[in-house]
Write a protein of this length. Sequence first.
Lengths: 503, 1062
Amino acid sequence: MLELLLAAGPLAPALVGAALLAWPLVGLPWEERHERGVARAAALALLVTVAADAAWVALTLGGGPTTHTFGRWLDLPRVAWALSADLPLAAVALVLALASVGAVRFALTYMHREARFAKFLGGLLLFAGAMQLLVLGASPALTFLGWEVAGGCSALLIAYRTERPAAVAGGLRALITNRVGDAAFLLALGLWAADRGSLDWAEAASVAREAPAVPFLLVVAAAAKSAQLPFTPWIARAMEGPTPSSTLFYGAAMVHAGLVLLLRAEPMLALSAGAAATAAGLGLLTAALAGLSALAQPDVKGGLVQATVAQVGLGFVGVALGLPGWAALHLCAHALVRGIQFLLSPSFLTDLAGDRNTPVPAWLAARGGWQRAARERFYLEALHEAAIAAPLRQLAAGLAHLDDRVVERLSGQPGGACAQPADPDTGAAVDGRGFAVASTVRVAAAVEVIEELLVGRFIGEGLPRGTGRVGATLDGLERRLAQPWVIAVVVAIGIGLAFGSTP
Amino acid sequence: MAHAPHSHAGPAADPRAALGAAIAHIGHLLPAQAPIRDFVHHNTLHADQHRGFDEAIAHACARTGAAGYLPEAAFRERRAAGRIRAQDLRTALDERHGAGLDDVLLTIGGLPVTRRSVWMAQLEADLSEISRARLDHERRHGEAFCTFAPGVTAADAARLGDPASALPALWEAVRGVLGLPAPDDAADEAASAEGAPSPQARAAAVLADVWAEVEAGGTWRDLLLRLTGEDLDDQTTGPLIRALSAFLDAGLAPWAPPERGDGFWAAWRRAAEADRAWSWAALGSDGPRIAALPADPLDALVLLLDAMGVPEDQREPALERTALRLPGWAGMAFWRGTHPTDDAQGAAPVDLAAFLAARFALEKVHGDALCLRIFGVPLHLGELARALQQRAPVAALRVQLHAGLLDADLGAAARAALAAGDDAACAAVWESVCARAPAARADTPRAEREGWSLYLLCQLLGLPAADVSAAGPSAAQALLAAMAAFPALARQRVWQDALEAGLREQVLDALTARRAAGLWTRSARPSAQIAFCMDDREEGIRRHLEAHHPHVETFGVAGFFGVPMHFTGLDDRRSFPLCPIVVRPSNAVREVPRPGAEAAAAAHAAGEARVAAWKRWRMGLQRSVLSGALALDAVGLGIAVPFALRLAAPRLHRRAAEALRAAVVPAAPTALAVTAAPDDTAPASPDAPRRGFAEGEQVDRVAGLLRNMGLVTDFARLVVLMGHGSISQNNPHLAAYDCGACSGRHGGPNARAFAAMANRPAVRAGLAARGIAIPDDTHFLGAEHNTCDEAIDWYDLDLLPASHRAEHAALLAALDDARAHSAHERCRKLFHAPPAPTPQRALRHVEARSLDVSQPRPELGHATNAVAIVGRRALTRGLFLDRRAFLVSYDPGVDPDGRVLEGILAAVGPVGAGINLEYYFSTVENERWGCGSKVPHNLVGLVGVMEGSESDLRTGLPRQMIEVHEPVRLLLVVEATPDTLLGIASRQPGVLELVAGAWVQLISLDPATGALARFRPGIGFVPVDPDPTRVPQRATSAEWYAGTMDFVPPALLTPDAGVTHA
């Protein structure tokens, strides 16, 4: 019974969330009255999670770390379906669950009659489940699974208002920046598996001794997810989402995911002075710069999110200094208070004592140049653009040229100027060779039939436009994911895993 | 780059002065919304109010591209739902286009076709063009060729025959008479390719099209977007919004930019010079270049426009279109510039010229970079035009590529050729483009346009294929011409009239039925008289109060109770004007401790200071790092407990919070200092307001209001002035729910001030001298109704004589009843309300709702407003008006010469129409005239809301406030003869503008006979013939509104009569 409850903790909200996200696939129209059903399902699922987390706290209160294994997942390397926690992590899981309850309860009223109500609540709930897995997963592989799903939900809900280009761009930016952290995480997993032949947080200390690169990579991953320097800019653009998702993702939960990772990896940091110093340095620098930025933002959410990042930076310092208990406490207190501040951000006018906010001290107030730099968030976005994005684009353009000249010819794709167009009905007139081209033509023809039957008849012309937009977004995403460094990293990880699985 | 020579003192008109005048004009086209704390409803199209409703919309649409009426699809939904009836459409069509409607245009197959039949078909069904793809789909798989179009009547269907064969035949017939080529016929394209223009000529034509379109309504940003696919806005709006929002910030950020005193333009130039982001964006030399611009923004604009090569006659359009690209921010810059006394403006002056100068400087810098990179010339319209013409095929290829018009393979080829910078290759691709898709001539009929429209029209007219073919091409052209003569805008006007006609008929019927059933008369001395605000939201509670407690009499007046004043509450730091926005008060009133309560007041002030310190500490927790961290770790987890309580049990949380507050801030008895010092005899004026009111002013104010509402005799022992406000949580648009007659604030202080004055013996004596004898046993009380949670706060109850306490207790009980029933009526329209609640349960729901931090719809505000009735309450007492009517009490019996009415209309007209029109425009196009959904809103600079992290400042009403609104112009019914009304209109230009411009619909209700006449602009008053028998009768309101969330028509409430319904 207990085992079942513990397993259901992350699963229940994730399943409800996934079902809601899949709703459009069922083809049933969304009606207002469904909102009540969603409210009941969400309440039930989160009740299960809170109960499971309360059980974790009770289990860890008396003794030390506790692990529950539910089954085997992979053998190459060895990964089990298992959850584990010590008291700080159990407390963190419980607090995150409670924050999810608050945000979901808020959203159920706040998002009433929004066209994408189901998508929004689905995203919140799936995210809540993913965060539970991220905190409680006994294996770094499970942590990574939660990590990825949470990141996906985050991008999805930043880009909630797909009709607004800034929102889509903000979601994409979050996703891309986080890919750097994800890549570091994956690489760490590869090295870990290569070293141990298994993935289990319990063996963190020995990994740190045998594969000293792992803790560094985990610090990079943590910094990206928690928007620490040098990755901070994405989070300012993440404020495009509706208030409840800003709350849960960037006030209460996801912004702390990096800190949770450091809490898990704390035994490694204790053994790796370099990694600990890196974490402390990044955290301290972030706390200073984001803290100053927070003071100068003229909008409510912009100020809150900079202050959030600064507090998470302090948490990084805490873990690096060997104070995981304090960091966990700080995380819990911060998640709750910040979440509340985000939810109440529309109240700012009435919360003010008097006509205006309390100004900063005079010595700071007078420094115009500093103020400007702080308001512009220390020009990190421009720096990112100049130092990372532009060179990468050039590299990508070069490789694309190579693609055009060499790879396309080898693969037999039709190209070149003014080639004859293909006839989708017969596929016969296509001047191309190779399996890829032929199969693409067949798929395209099938899709056209579906579109004719479904789209034209039932949905009208809204969907093609919408899918066109989605297509353009995905296209952009694909182009970025196909960048050479991503491929290089994935290949490297593949090699790492391959070596790791050799006994 | 070289700036064009700057001819400052040319012989022609001074360009700088011309620009200044242009900017002053442009400012009025922008949203006029004040900083959000001071939100006041106003006509969104105020700048065009002099033109009249339809003309103003046409102008605004041409300028902004936004709609001024609901989309036709929305009207058709209402038609399908029965909100618009066929006879309403016919009436509207007759009134607009009466002459010649029934002329027979032509006879087809023996069937006469009139203009009316064609136009009704256009209204009833969507006959507009469809996409080529949709037509292809319909022809292959769709239903449009096997079932009749929606709207085809049974009779027409019978004439047409079996749809499976009749429809394809009809399509062929239409194709035949229009001369459309067969769709699968390859000759279609080949034929039109004959005599096609050369690629060079076609490229020139493409460019000319682009240029003409941009000149007709775009900016160079639009031009460059079409030519390069790159959006200049991506680079210019972000930096401008960040700089401007920080500059305008009236106290949101703890750390504001210093040195704001010398204005936005100076500060922005300084910042641009120093800003590192410029150099990182590879624009290293631009900081100094911007710093070298003149210190005066107008001079800088002249210089920039010269440098961009904008001809003199294009300057104002260029400025206007650029300002309208960020209307919210530009409007706020203009608002601040035109309110020099505003505190924030004093600290950080900004005006529209400075905003535009910064915007143009950014566009010039980034536009130069873009144009130099792609075309090799700077952003100068003349040079750009020359550069484009020299390489027309390349430019045309770019246009078609970025418009997404090229097939995939041609697109790839075009991209490669453009990237390589190979002009010859580009020209080759362009030739392929021209060869593959010959230019379609705009004037030839097309299947998806003329063909489709005619095909549907023939179905709706019941014209079978044979008749269509027989009638031939000339008949087809005649039908198409008739359709073209009734374009979308004309149709929307007819739809709008029809929507209003239905409601008008129902209301006028109901007023007549009320009169026919006998008007209420004051037979005995009422137990209490309550003056509510005229607000539509008070209609419900008044109706329930009178229905359950017939001995209570209610009135409706503008909620500042005729007491315009600057008011400073005990805990306020500054004063606020409490009166309609058009009035500037000449008196100032402070709330002060009662004499003898100085100690309590000191304790209260100390408590307030403690609360303020706590709020500051809590606010500091939001953004400070180190102190924030320490505080978090100490108390962070504890803060979650009260919040959880607030989410889960809001009423319990409020009780606890109130108890805590009462313990920290002891109450202090206060009074309003309404009476001026006896020696203060200088005349009061808006520029030098008097502290308090002089004796004579008090008598004027009290007498004025009593005469306005027709209460000069038969005073009850209790007369209550009921101001109102709305309290909700987490709501930046709070002011939009408050009293429109108090400039978007609460009207309680006005009610309290009025009562205090009216209770003074000196004032009573003065009133008696003017013929208003108030009995000594009449006591005035001030109160405030919270329209969100239905609570009522009372003022100065401790001064109520002991002899009146029992009556007050009885009145409280009656009001409790009315509050609960009012809540019950409101709950029927609220999604999160419990289903079928008892009145008490409903009251608990609205209380919890107003405390719910997650509730974006705390109440529906004015979303029901549609009607204003100026006249005796007897005209409407016992009528169910669905909370849709502003009710203004006015007794023509005490106003023989119409002077009182003139004053009422001059004040009520603009307030009522302002609210109504703000709701109208925010509803018909919420994204443009309103501010969209509240969900992504982000408060900025204490001036307004943005979407997400950076966007235009959003003005108007959020979607959550208007989604149930039915956009109709205010139906203003006045109990006065047409002659009286015409006289008033001739003396009051503000009223005349609203009525003659059709911004409101004016109805005269004859006080003596009850005859109704409707004012039609350009025609005058025309009699209305209502039918009272159509009005349903019900015993109670609840019985009539039960079971639906939609609007329900007016009904006559006859408690003793049984239920009848005609």
